[in-house]
Design a protein around this ligand. Structure first.
Ligand code: GTP
Ligand code: MG
Length: 308
């Protein structure tokens, strides 16, 4: 099967074809540029979902998929594991929880590993998101566990970022510390069936009342869900839609997408430069030993005789 046919099959909902194309763009195989050129464009809603381990991200994703499928939308999910060098395989728990959608041609779910990939998380996941959007998915969800930099990078890929919290995890405080609060567009207090959910909502709202907003700026709503029982999902879908409308209303969406494109290009360029201008052990040692200075060493790397 040629590339043309694989792309056509993927557009028609063939998951194996979609997987092949994703593997190509993630691993930057020789086919990757041609694949990327064939699937330009698209207009997906890109939703980032982040939060601490076990907070209920995958369960919520499964419930969101059901809601969007009900509305007739095609949904793709990239479950990003920033700590794993293996991709294409399964994060077992996620597979089990999302098994509800296993037979639905309008749903595509994949685990993505980003460690050790050229350009890292932003480049690898960004390329995947672009591909899925180009293949005609209406919604692309990126789920990532909350681990500092990773979720900030994911947020830069998404149109709308959800931060999931659960009662009794001390999450509110942690989130403030990590600065994650800054990147969220919608807060979700999941496991609202557990004691303490009201308190978590209250803490969040109190915290947000301290943030000064200009008129017309987005005010992050706080949604409550019981993902495991699909409760609160319609309200959450509505909140995501509202944010999307807000983005599209001003220049926000266009600006966000330009920024994202710039960041992805930059990640590629930086990865290519790092490959081209390698700093050898010998050179580092020469500077460490005081045989030469940093600027001269850098000059040598840039001249291409850094190996000498
Ligand atoms: N009581 C309760 N349990 C829930 C709820 N949502 C999810 N869970 C449970 O919480 C556990 C973790 O859910 P996951 O969806 O795997 O959480 P996650 O955030 O994707 O976890 P990682 O991917 O490991 O970071 C599972 O046992 C779920 O069944 C909820 O609303 N209420
Ligand atoms: Mg998960």
């Amino acid at each position: 099967m040629g590339l043309h046919d694989i792309v056509a099959a993927a557009r028609a909902g063939d998951r194996r074809a979609t997987a092949r194309l994703l593997t190509a763009v993630e691993n930057q195989t020789p086919d990757a540029p041609e694949v990327a050129r064939r699937v330009l464009g698209g207009d997906a809603l890109i939703v980032g979902i982040t939060g601490s381990p076990g907070v209920g991200k995958s369960t919520l994703v499964s419930a969101l998929i059901a809601a969007w499928r009900e509305a007739g939308l095609r949904v793709a999910v990239l479950a990003v594991d920033p700590s794993s060098p293996f991709s294409g395989g399964a994060i077992l728990g996620d597979r089990v929880r999302m098994a509800d959608h296993a037979l639905d041609e309008g749903v595509y779910i994949r685990s993505v590993a980003t460690r050790g990939h050229l350009g890292g998380l932003a480049a690898t996941t960004g390329a995947g998101v672009r591909l899925l959007e180009g293949l005609g998915f209406d919604v692309v969800i990126v789920e990532t566990v909350g681990v500092g930099q990773a979720e900030v990078e994911i947020a830069s890929l998404a149109d709308t970022t959800l931060l999931l919290l659960a009662p009794g995890m001390g999450d509110g405080i942690q989130a403030v510390k990590a600065g994650v609060v800054e990147i969220a567009d919608v807060y979700v207090v999941n496991k609202a069936d557990r004691p303490g959910a009201d308190g978590t909502v209250r803490d969040l709202k109190a915290m947000m009342s301290l943030v000064r907003r200009e008129p017309g700026e987005w005010r992050q709503p706080v949604c409550t869900t019981v993902a495991s029982e699909a409760k609160g999902i319609d309200e959450l879908v509505a909140a995501i839609g509202k944010h999307r409308d807000w983005l599209a209303g001003g220049d926000h969406l266009a600006l966000k997408r330009r920024r994202r494109a710039a960041a992805e290009i930059r990640a590629r360029v930086e990865a290519a430069l790092r490959e081209r201008y390698r700093v050898t052990e010998e050179l580092a040692e020469a500077v460490a030993n005081g045989e030469t200075d940093v600027a001269s060493a850098a000059e040598r790397v840039l001249r291409g005789d850094g190996d000498a």
